[in-house]
Design a protein around this ligand. Structure first.
Ligand code: ZN
Ligand code: ZN
Length: 422
């Protein structure tokens, strides 16, 4: 080896001119390769991940009632990653399947290989999902981001990169949005404060009041004092209906059984998720024309991931319970005749690490990065969508409602997700 270098240096000395020429050529070549790689990455980022719907494409929705939805219902399931693809979830399968309702053809598009943004932390991802940009742009990046949004901190760039909710309200003057969260971070810091966005955060006090104020005859629980902002004080009197056709009395039966078994101290997260789902159902079925976007944030799967790890029985059970709640939503909408004019979306921020070691998420292992994305409605294209990244949620919801994407959003509408877009 030593001889090789001695010979090489001797040869280089003897052919100085040639050595310089070869070095310059090699340098230029390397520069060219690096430039091509960077350019390709830029072009891929810009164009290859999906559509930016044109004005003509949006007119196809806004001028054609057959392509319009009365509402988009978004089921946000924290921390479930790709696990919907690995477990028996009959209600998820029912909601996200091809079927005919009346004269309307409903189609579904599902992927379990969507991609979270890095780092795979809740605040970073939900912010990217709502505001359509990567974390470095919305600015929530490491440093206790979850706690900061819980405390009511908003992105400094909230005006520059509006959420799909704000974008919708800016373009639809009579629009109204509902957001009910078990994890308060999304309501307190990620979604803009706006008089036309109604926010409720589900705490265990809601469960307690629901059972205490429940009228067995009417199956309605009134005067539930609820938290609606980061003050964490219950300040608004609300009503939750349990008389919804198709699911009458189910919430009361479920919660009273849970309380009998565990009391209020244990496993309250699943009861809070049940309240979150019921509030979405109760508010939208009671007044179907009121809200055009209804978002819910369910948190029990993430809790199970932190306590037990990805794929453990408790994690599976949490996903099964979320599936049960999806079934309630589906049954209530079916009974109310609301399935055909609803677009259902199910999304998640990240997955979890395997059990063993530190149970958490935040890194870029495949189980943390891969996410489920499912969508069902009359303008959806049946099958599997093209590449889905979490920044795509904002443009997807906006497009489905005929709303123009913000010019600074980095997310795109994935290829092959909508039959109305090509
Ligand atoms: Zn999360
Ligand atoms: Zn978590």
């Amino acid at each position: 080896m030593k001889n090789f270098f001695v010979k090489l240096f001797a040869a280089m000395k003897a052919h100085k001119g040639r050595t310089i020429a070869i070095s310059v050529t090699a340098f230029v070549l390397i520069c060219a390769i690096v430039t091509v790689c960077c350019l390709s990455a830029f072009l891929f980022n810009r164009f290859a991940t999906g559509y930016v719907p044109s004005d003509t494409a949006l007119a196809e929705i806004n001028n054609n009632p057959a392509n319009q939805y009365k509402r988009v219902v978004i089921i946000g399931v924290d921390g479930v990653g790709d696990f919907f693809g690995k477990i028996y979830t009959p209600n998820f399968d029912k909601m996200f399947s091809q079927k005919t309702i009346g004269t309307t053809e409903i189609k579904a598009s599902i992927t379990y290989r969507g991609v979270a943004v890095y780092p795979t932390i809740s605040c970073e991802n939900w912010s990217s999902m709502f505001h359509g940009v990567r974390p470095v742009y919305h600015g929530f990046l490491f440093r206790d981001t979850n706690q900061r949004v819980e405390a009511g901190e908003h992105s400094k760039n909230e005006d520059k990169y509006p959420s799909f909710m704000a974008q919708f309200l800016a373009q639809k003057q009579n629009g109204k949005v509902l957001s009910v969260c078990t994890w308060r971070g999304v309501n307190n810091g990620i979604i803009e404060n706006d008089a036309r966005i109604t926010k409720y955060n589900s705490y265990v006090a809601d469960v307690y009041q629901f059972l205490k104020n429940y009228n067995q005859t009417t199956k309605i629980s009134e005067n539930i004092m609820t938290v609606v902002d980061e003050s964490e004080q219950p300040t608004v009197s609300t009503t939750i209906r349990d008389d919804i056709p198709g699911i009458e009395g189910q919430l009361y039966d479920y919660l009273s059984e849970q309380v009998k078994l565990y009391g209020y101290a244990d496993e309250t997260i699943e009861m809070r998720d049940a309240m979150t789902m019921q509030r979405i159902i109760s508010e939208t079925v009671s007044d179907p024309d009121k809200y055009q976007i209804a978002y819910m944030h369910l948190d029990q799967v993430d809790h199970a991931g932190h306590s037990y790890g990805y794929g453990k029985p408790a994690y599976s059970n949490a996903v099964s319970r979320v599936d049960m709640l999806i079934g309630r939503l589906y049954d209530a909408y079916e009974a109310a005749g609301m399935l055909e004019d609803t677009l259902f979306v199910l999304c998640t921020d990240h997955g979890h690490r395997l059990p063993g070691g530190h149970k958490n998420h935040g890194k870029n292992t495949s189980l943390e990065v891969n996410v489920t994305f499912a969508i069902a409605g009359k303008t959806v294209k049946q099958g599997t969508p093209g590449k889905y990244i979490n920044t795509d949620l904002a443009p997807i919801v906006a497009y489905a409602l005929g709303v123009k994407a913000d010019k600074d959003w980095q997310g795109r509408v994935p290829y092959d997700m909508f039959s109305t877009l090509s």
